[in-house]
Design a protein around this ligand. Sequence first.
Ligand code: SF4
Length: 201
Amino acid sequence: MENYEVLQRNLENRGFTVRVANSQEEVIPILKELVPEGAQIGIPGSVTIRQLGIIENFKMLGHKVIDTWDNGDRENRLKQLNADVVLTSSNAITEDGLLVNLDGTGNRVASMCFGPKKVIAIIGINKVTKNLEEAIYRTKNVAAPLLYKSKNSNTPCQKTGYCHDCKTTKTKQCRVLVIHEGKPRGIEEFHIILIKEKLGF
Ligand code: SF4
């Protein structure tokens, strides 16, 4: 992805607020600027957010952090998706500004659609795809296999590295595919931080 200006403009036309960071180090001050003092922060299943190592940082600043990987029960997931601010990523983003996400439980994509007043998605250069077809391909053949391998889930994709299009929920962990064509009206601010580095799955 060479032309971030075009991607930024396309996202802004869809209602997103966009910042571009050259490195992970540049993301931390942007986040501190965007997350209001004392805000509750919801963290769904995002490898990007954990790789950034910012969760402890926010706890030290006095924020209540609701992390669904600490506690994955229904009540905690509901709290996460209704937090003041949700920090997440996207499995893929197209050059014309669509966000594409594949989820199993649903709370991650739900919180990107309705619940929090503010969503901040941090997206590495490795997630940018030419078009929607490539974005969906990426979610199922790159993001999902890597995620399920990291969790040692019983899916065929984590063993082979590509999607087998599971027909049964016995092996199918990915259940919900969501495409954002624009900022949902129920979310007041939807920030996207594009990083010119590979990050997350
Ligand atoms: S359908 Fe099955 S093989 Fe394909 S990504 Fe989902 S879990 Fe993996």
